[in-house]
Design a protein around this ligand. Structure first.
Ligand code: HEC
Ligand SMILES: [Cu+2]
Length: 363
């Protein structure tokens, strides 16, 4: 595990963690984040020292006792340039350094496994693709990139794991994402860091980092029987989405197979990449982005499907994508129980082996 922070900072962090002054560094990004943080603290301390030294020495050197008559001092270009350029350089270093870390935190690697997190007053609900649900806790494997797709069911919340140095707003009406790679098995705190009502302080929980083997066991023991995609398939039928989205030649809606991740042309001439956020808005605000060649006849499902339901539908549509299925299989083969064919491959089975799903949506 490469540790970026120099030895002294590592020592400092260990010491502060020991005395509960600082959260442990339990993700790959944490040491990088801390290096920047300590750099900023150091620069501030040096600045503070210079200001205090100048303040005290000037008030002694130029006191009224020593200089009863004030002397007019003209400006010095060199002095002014120095105190402008040096701080500017320091702030630019912080800006570039911070931007690099920012992009790293908010750009998940392509092979990240995805977990949905729904925030609501006042709890966090995590939904794993295999159908495992948990409230105010989140189980993740160590050494794997994990992406969280967050949404709120009511007000603004903010999902924060200090030990991983990640934090992301959970916003009503929009998916947001953040990712991390946990390095050390253990239990860490999880907070809502956006004041969200009277019981905001109860919106806390545990992040449990497990070794890949233990994670595999956890997945197998907490499966609820149906994967998200399977639930989505059921919803797709019960909401009669398949009345329009089917393979009949006179189908009124587009075929949804391989839509996820593809570039779509809209009736207003724009193109858009169909990601999770697009699928969500296609279901809840269909009139917002109408596909070229189709009439805007799709009804809105606002108020008829919960966020959990939308997540299931989105996972189902993603699973209609043959590439995505292959990718998800390669991502999860080492982690998910393949032998009994329950949790992980169930997601694939949802679309592959159910005759109904096959006939209605897949082409
Ligand atoms: C009355 C017919 C009808 C029903 C019912 C319907 N849709 Fe649609 N849907 C359409 C049409 C037509 C479009 C293309 C025009 C548009 O984008 O609004 C579309 C577009 C979409 C898109 C965007 C796909 C793309 O290629 O742009 C998604 C996703 C989608 N529907 C999902 C659903 C889901 C999920 C349901 C059920 C909850 C559903 N639809 C129910 C007719 C329907
Ligand atoms: Cu909250």
């Amino acid at each position: 595990m490469p540790h970026i922070s120099p030895v002294l900072w590592q020592f400092l962090v260990k010491w502060m963690t020991n005395f509960a002054l600082f959260p442990p560094e339990a993700s790959r990004i944490a040491p990088q984040m801390d290096a920047l943080y300590f750099f900023m603290v150091l620069v501030s301390l040096i600045g503070l020292t210079i200001v205090i030294l100048l303040l005290t020495s000037f008030s002694i050197l130029y006191s009224k006792k020593r200089h009863p008559v004030a002397v007019q001092v003209e400006g010095s270009t060199l002095l002014e340039a120095t105190w402008t350029i040096v701080p500017l350089g320091l702030f630019l270093v912080m800006f570039v350094w911070g931007a690099l870390i920012y992009f790293r935190v908010y750009t998940p690697p392509a092979n990240a496994m995805n977990i949905y997190v729904v925030g609501k007053q006042w709890m966090w609900k995590a939904e794993h693709p295999g159908g495992q649900h948990e409230i105010n806790s989140l189980h993740v494997p160590a050494g794997r990139a994990v992406q969280l797709t967050l949404i709120s069911q009511d007000v603004f919340h903010s999902f924060s794991i200090p030990a991983f140095r990640v934090k992301r707003e959970a916003i009503p009406g929009r998916y947001t994402t953040v990712w991390f790679e946990a390095t050390t098995p253990g239990t860490y705190h999880l907070f809502c860091t956006q004041y969200c009502g009277t019981e905001h302080s109860h919106m806390i929980g545990d992040v449990v980092v497990l070794s890949p083997d233990d994670y595999k066991k956890w997945l197998a023991s907490s499966t609820s029987g149906a994967s998200l995609a399977q639930n989505g398939e059921r919803l797709f039928a019960s909401l009669s989405c398949n009345a329009c989205h089917n393979t009949r030649p006179d189908a009124r809606g587009p075929n949804l197979a391989n839509v996820y991740g593809s570039k779509l042309r809209l009736s207003n001439g724009q193109t858009i990449v169909a990601d999770e956020a697009y699928l969500r808005s296609a279901i809840l605000n269909p009139s917002q982005n109408v596909m070229q060649g189709y009439a805007p006849i799709m009804p809105t499902y606002q108020g008829q499907v919960s966020e959990d339901g939308v997540i299931a539908l989105v996972e189902y549509i993603k699973n209609l994508n043959s590439d995505y299925r292959v990718q998800q299989t390669t991502n999860t083969t080492e982690l998910l129980p393949t032998n009994e064919g329950k949790a992980a491959p169930a997601g694939q089975k949802a679309t592959g082996s159910t005759p109904a799903g096959q006939g209605m949506v897949k082409q």
